[in-house]
Ligand binder design. Structure first.
Ligand code: ADP
Length: 186
């Protein structure tokens, strides 16, 4: 099964993807986590990615697509994969479609986590990652609205988009996520 998590910063994609990974036993591919890992590893690429992340900008496609392609070829991704933070632009979505087509692994479901903006800002400021300051947060929302929100239409047209009200506790939200996944079947 291949599932994409969509949603604005702070919507809980990482939290829900982690739970769903344990439920389905498939791989969790988080571009944010991988990029932060590259930053901590201190590679040149990682340092460059960190500059984009800390200012709330999107990391260039060549970098992101490269790490996703590498990860997708790992054995644990052959049974299924949860995409968290990727794709984030229509161009990335088209690239993902091509990568999955090559591997004969179609996308089954796109879960869009929906949370009102004031609540998101509250969550992000409480989390306190280096990119969770007011300036970077507002830039991330701007990028989300411009670059990522168009993906809702992209996947809606394909008939695989499910919207989920993600305002409740992680457990409450996961019940809805699980419901949507069980409805597709494995
Ligand atoms: P959040 O969704 O809460 O902002 P993420 O960990 O998903 O957190 O992303 C953090 C940052 O990592 C983004 O603001 C961006 O700079 C970078 N990033 C993650 N995924 C991508 C992607 N697919 N394309 C470009 N940049 C990305």
């Amino acid at each position: 099964m291949r599932i994409v998590f969509l949603g604005p910063p702070g919507a809980g994609k990482g939290t829900q993807a982690q739970r769903l990974k344990d439920y389905l036993n498939i791989c969790h591919l988080s571009t944010g986590e991988m990029l932060r890992g590259a930053g901590e590893a201190g590679t040149e690429l990682g340092a460059e990615a960190e500059r984009y992340m800390n200012s709330g900008k999107l990391v260039p496609d060549e970098v992101v697509v490269g790490i996703v392609g590498d990860r997708l070829s790992d054995k644990d991704c052959s049974l299924g994969c949860l995409f968290d933070g990727f794709p984030r632009t229509v161009q990335q979505a088209e690239t993902l479609d091509r990568m999955l087509a090559q591997r004969k692994m179609p996308l089954d479901l796109v879960l869009a986590l929906d949370v009102p903006e004031p609540k998101l800002i509250e969550r992000l400021l409480a989390r306190g990652r280096p990119d969770d300051n007011r300036e970077a947060i507002s830039e991330r929302f701007r990028q989300y609205g411009r670059m990522t929100q168009p993906l809702m239409d992209y996947y809606h047209q394909r008939g695989i988009l499910r919207q989920i009200d993600a305002q409740g506790t992680p457990d409450e939200v996961f019940e809805k996520v699980r419901g949507a996944v069980d409805a597709v079947g494995t």
